[in-house]
Write a protein that binds this ligand. Structure first.
Ligand SMILES: Nc1ncnc2c1ncn2[C@@H]1O[C@H](COP(=O)(O)OP(=O)(O)O)[C@@H](O)[C@H]1O
Ligand SMILES: O=c1ccn([C@@H]2O[C@H](COP(=O)(O)OP(=O)(O)O)[C@@H](O)[C@H]2O)c(=O)[nH]1
Length: 240
């Protein structure tokens, strides 16, 4: 049997918090997380180095807290703590499935997870461990999409894979506009000038400046992650 050769050696996978909910209304769905981890294990098994940035929207979103009257920065710190919880759950599921996962946090919370130290993260990746980046960028007023762009650039990832509820970037939000059509690929400038809300402008701008391409694909489609790693034209490619 010939072994499929991956098109990428090091990737940064962004998982939205909502991806972990599965069909639940909030929180973390165990079956869903195990399925996602199974897919990650498939690509690490091909020798691909995988780092993950995990969101927190299934538990808390700073924007929502802010709009309900909370101080926005305080709400954002709560959102970052939510991503730490998701990271712990994800790493736990990874360790159960035979991967070796390390969580690194952008905010100091040392009794719980180790701090983010770039050379350490690179060392883990080279050792074949999966690194889960928690607490976003460590700063309020940012998102985990921006954290994905930032960490992706820092670790020299060849591609950011944004796993989401939709199977690519559309001409409009497909959850709101049924006539929206999907792009096979487009540039960061096009995505930003057309206000395509799939990622925030800060994340897009950082990826554009660093020439770090982003693949947007559906978390619900089994095998999509592996297909992208093997170089198939799954999802939407956003490029410089
Ligand atoms: N032009 C667009 N193409 C695709 N999805 C879009 C677009 N504009 C907005 N979206 C929304 O972006 C969401 C994907 O982003 P994601 O980070 O997973 O969600 P969230 O920010 O809610 O966690 C989709 O669920 C979709 O409803
Ligand atoms: O660098 C960051 C990353 C995240 N957050 C907060 O953490 C929440 C959860 O992250 P995000 O909404 O990006 O998660 P996702 O949409 O991926 O589930 C955000 O709403 C913000 O409040 C933040 O303040 N700074």
């Amino acid at each position: 049997m010939t072994k499929a050769k991956p098109a990428h050696q090091r990737i940064l996978l962004k998982l939205s918090g909502e991806a972990l909910m599965g069909d639940d209304a909030f929180g973390i769905n165990r079956a869903t997380i195990e399925r996602i981890v199974g897919e990650i294990a498939e690509v690490t098994g091909m020798g691909v180095q995988v780092a993950v940035v995990i969101g927190g929207g299934n538990i808390f979103r700073g924007v929502a807290g802010g709009s309900a009257g909370m101080d926005r920065a305080t709400a954002d710190y709560m959102g970052m703590l939510a991503t730490v919880m998701n990271a712990l759950a994800l790493a736990d599921a990874m360790n159960h499935q035979g991967l070796v996962a390390r969580v690194m946090s952008a905010i100091a919370i040392e009794q719980v997870v180790e701090p983010y130290v770039r050379p350490k993260a690179l060392q883990y990746l080279e050792e074949g461990k999966v690194v889960v980046f928690a607490a976003g960028t460590g700063n309020p007023f940012f998102t985990t999409d921006t954290a994905a762009a930032l960490r992706g650039a820092e670790i020299g990832a060849e591609l950011v894979l944004k796993a989401t509820k939709v199977d690519g970037v559309y001409t409009a939000d497909p959850h709101k506009d049924k006539t929206a059509t999907r792009y096979a690929k487009l540039t960061f400038d096009e995505a930003m000038s057309r206000n395509l809300g799939i990622m925030d402008a800060t994340a897009f701008a950082l990826c554009r400046d660093q020439k770090l391409p982003v693949k947007v694909f559906s978390i619900f489609k089994p095998g999509a992650l592996k297909a992208i790693v093997l170089g198939s034209d799954e999802g939407t490619l956003v490029h410089a």
